[in-house]
Design a protein. Sequence first.
Length: 398
Amino acid sequence: MSQPTKKDLSYSGFGFGTRAIHAGQCAEPTTGAVILPISLSTTFQQSSPGVHQGFDYSRSGNPTRRAFEECVASLEKGKYGLAFASGLAATTTITHLLKAGDHVVCMDDVYGGTRRYFTRVASNLGLNFSFADLSDQKAVESAVNEHTKLIWLETPTNPLLKITDIKSLAAFAKQRNIILVVDNTFMSPYFQNPLELGATIVMHSVTKYLNGHSDVVMGVLATSDDEIYTRLKFLQNSIGAIPAPFDCFLAIRGLKTLHVRMREHERSATKIAKHLEAHPLVERVVYPGLPSHPQHQLAATQMKGFGGMLSFYIKGGFEESRVFLENIRIFALAESLGGVESLIELPSVMTHASVPAEERAKLGISDGLVRLSVGIEDVEDLIADIDQALGHVAALKK
């Protein structure tokens, strides 16, 4: 095999960091600018009617967006990438692969916005949805029927961090000609590559780890399936839920440090998880990197690391959670995740408030469940912050 050229740094033989910095990009040919320029033009000059240099209208394709798409495809070890205005815009576009009467099986513990879109929007368009614990093979078999065309998986899940065997589920889906979509937002391509394990499509909310700085709302898909890509590319152009070139530029910049950030996220999350597990006011910690996690061995097998997301149950209920969260200092009490800054939230009344109360109770999303997105601040400061806030909870119990 010939060695890759300077302009072919998406080559899979390069390491993750090299591809994160260079894939899809090369020096600007006119000036030699090392950093890819932001292409704001909405239209592109043609040399002859219908003859252009790969771009005709910016909704259909944009140089900055294409660079981002190619970089993500390389990081996910896929052939194609497609960027969208948000993670939910990407989700919406995927559902347009289906037709009225088709059935979707979705992980029961899933991002609240995904569940809301499926149950309150897409279901009105003739699609049918079932929710099941996809980590349970029997539950999967019971949920699938002759009309099932798509399985939607999060692993680890949001917010309970359940792990599903992607390779096994992909084989099950392939036998039945079912599209398998894996939302890889929590892990990022640095820690997990679902396409390598047999998934049809991998999806990310770019807003989270890929961008990593809490200043862009975007989504992206990656696939190696030629037919699926052709259909999704048509839908991307036809529906038009595309990101702005400036947002793509910021997301490209975020990708360049993804490998560095993810290592630090995981290092700190592991220390915090172990610290919380030993705290007397904590009932249970949920983190795939802990041996106490019921699917720890599976996580260690299919993932290259355990990520920066963890959840824990504080002893008590809403009042204890409220006191804890009102007294936290460094962690920002806010929705979202994956930024350089640490975020903390109460899923029952924040990210998963749209999930019916009875469903939350069934899943285990109680008022005592706290979710952390561990940032890259000094971990000793984060632990001290958690301890002082839990001290206020201890005072409440006296």
